[in-house]
Design a protein around this ligand. Structure first.
Ligand code: HEL
Length: 419
């Protein structure tokens, strides 16, 4: 266990700018006004609690776990366990890792910058930009970015069997069109705009929009618009290369069969996800990213407001445009994304003003207990010391987790069984 607290200068990069379909009704565009969310009003982070959560993760099947809080220029880090089961090297916050769907926030930022530049209309049909790609012209860019398009998530079928599904695509290189075709073999989940239904297909379409509108790869656009301006030294999009550059944590996929050996899933193309999930980063860089985003330094205030037009997912989660809102037990709302890619679970969230951010990583996946416990890192980081310990709760069913308040709080891609 390593833990430290250091002070640093404020980042200067700032000069920029389950298949459970949830009906999207009137509440779709609710605002944040009733939630406590400024970092200034937050209690001090509970580092003792955070360390305990990381240790718990290592008893639940994660070889290691790390977390970093950036709070008004003060950095707190914690780590438990190992980043490599062969060498048994300790895991640390300098380790790079695969961030999975936190990538979706990067893709959304690029598109909202294009909206800022009047190159994209969020309410235009996807068909205007990508003629003939989708079978329904009523699907808009906004539907795609808010998971309301109804496009089936092809990863449900791809990863129905976790290890063999993964090994079948580990080295594969897909085109975006191939991934969309995999989705279109299946019936759509809902009419455009009618319901929230999380689907990687949406952010494959987002990647295609980026490439069409800019004439560049998504990797180039992430670099130009986000990575370089924010000086994210540990953030990469290397698709279709299979290696994480530099120092990194190994990621271990938990097999579906109880007791089977963890599978080292570190090396893979992540081509099945690309703009929906293939970015590599660190806890520091993700905190910088979400602080900048919520701090208004990546988009105009008007486009950030678009990102924060919320579709309810369940009683504690909302989805905006490539952005999640989590409502914590202490009444604080936090903004960011979660990620699950073979071997890695990520939580990355910030306060409403971007002044306090937390990123946590466990280097395993396909382990519902671990994923569930990771939510407690948010409570430690943003709610401070609590009199009643937040309990981890059992996986209650396919794609559904409950908290001690007995409410489902995580929307899991359908067919992505964690047990
Ligand atoms: S799932 C999520 C998370 N998102 C979605 C996306 C991402 N990741 C995936 O779609 C990966 C699916 C396979 C993951 C794999 C494992 O756990 O390693 N599971 C299986 O193979 C199960 N059979 C909604 C959790 C998000 O938080 O947004 O990332």
């Amino acid at each position: 266990m390593v833990s430290r607290t250091v002070h640093r200068a404020t980042a200067s990069a700032a000069a920029l700018l389950t298949l459970t379909a949830v009906p999207a009704h009137a509440a779709t565009h609710e605002s944040d006004t009733t939630r406590t969310s400024s970092a200034a009003a937050l209690p001090a982070p509970d580092m003792t609690g955070l360390r305990a959560v990381l240790r718990t993760l290592t008893t639940q099947g994660a070889p290691g776990a790390i977390a970093r809080i950036d709070d008004h220029g003060t950095v707190h880090t914690a780590a438990a366990g190992i980043d490599d089961r062969s060498t048994r090297r300790a895991i640390g916050n300098a380790d790079r890792f695969r961030i999975g769907s936190v990538t979706k926030s990067f893709s959304a930022v690029v598109l909202l910058q294009l909206a800022d530049a009047h190159k994209l209309d969020l309410d235009a049909s996807v068909d205007r930009y990508l003629p003939g790609l989708l079978p329904d012209k009523r699907i808009t860019v906004r539907h795609v970015l808010s998971h309301r398009s109804g496009l089936y998530d092809y990863t449900n079928s791809m990863f129905a069997s976790s290890v063999s599904g993964f090994e079948a695509v580990r080295d594969k290189v897909f085109t975006y069109r191939q991934l969309v075709q995999l989705s279109l073999r299946h019936a759509r989940t809902n009419a455009p705009g009618a319901a929230y239904s999380y689907s990687n297909t949406n952010f494959v379409v987002a990647g295609m929009l980026i490439e069409k509108l800019t004439g560049h790869s998504v990797g180039t656009e992430y670099r130009k618009r986000i990575i370089e301006p924010l000086k994210l030294r540990d953030t990469f999009y290397v698709h279709p290369a299979t290696k994480i550059p530099g120092r990194y944590a190994h990621g271990y996929l938990t097999p579906d069969r109880t007791g089977a050996k963890l599978v080292d899933a570190t090396d893979q193309t992540v081509s099945w996800a690309q703009s929906a999930g293939a970015v590599i980063s660190t806890t520091r860089d993700l905190n910088t990213f979400f602080s900048a985003l919520l701090g208004g330094r990546l988009t105009s205030a008007a486009q950030l407001a678009q990102m924060e037009r919320w579709t309810p997912v369940n009683s504690t989660t909302r989805y905006g445009l490539g952005l999640r809102r989590r409502d914590l037990s202490c009444g604080v709302s936090v903004y960011g994304h979660t990620g699950a890619v073979q071997g890695f679970y990520t939580y990355s969230f910030t306060s409403k003003d971007g002044h306090r951010s937390l990123t946590a990583l466990a280097n395993t996946s396909n382990n519902g207990t671990v994923l569930n416990t990771m939510a407690r890192t948010l409570e430690s980081a943003f709610c401070g010391k609590r009199t009643k310990a937040i309990q981890s709760s059992p996986l209650t069913g396919r794609g559904s987790y409950v908290t001690e308040r007995n409410v489902a709080y995580e929307d899991i891609a359908p067919g992505v069984a964690r047990d």
